[in-house]
Design a protein around this ligand. Sequence first.
Ligand SMILES: O=C(O)CCC(=O)C(=O)O
Length: 208
Amino acid sequence: MHALQGSLFDQTDEIRLGPLSPLERTELGAGAWVDRLPGWLTGADALFEHLAAEVPWRAERRQMYEREVEVPRLLAFYGAGDPLPHPVLTEAREALSRHYAPELGEPFVTAGLCLYRDGRDSVAWHGDRHGRSATEDTLVAILSVGDPRDLVLRPRDGGPTLLRLPLGHGDLVVMGGSCQRTMEHAVPKTARAVGPRISVQFRTRGVL
Ligand SMILES: O=C(O)CCC(=O)C(=O)O
């Protein structure tokens, strides 16, 4: 794993969330939208170091045609009721649940964590369409720490990439409305010398 290139703007060890009021929404069409709040969390480098060391990261393998291949990132999953690996993540989940209650109507309950060790780690184009999100609108909120990686979004039925969002260092992005059904997202591999990034995805009950 490359060393983390810490943020020049966030040298504090105090891990703290800011207000959610500066969130900015971008409508993507067909009922899909994305909310963004760069730098929601300060002390992001300290949280990165804590999560990298303390989370029981798993390497997964999956079947690709005749071959079993390594999933190119490390993973961890915290189900409803599981204690999260840092109290600020519980705070984040609760703040997001309160903020989005009027349009979501239910709380965020699970947290999926991904560790992208370097530019060779990635996630391919997909929508989070397992479970209820196959047929219902939902929200997926992602808090990122570590070196920024691009999250890219494109329409599911073809068409060019609509958004390229560099996410790291405490940035928050929320994909909402029909986004998981009508759009796809990915974190592409990059040849740039990037350090590691951890993303924490908060989802509602029964959405994977
Ligand atoms: O790393 C990210 O921000 C995206 C992760 C993702 O798309 C997923 O795990 O479904």
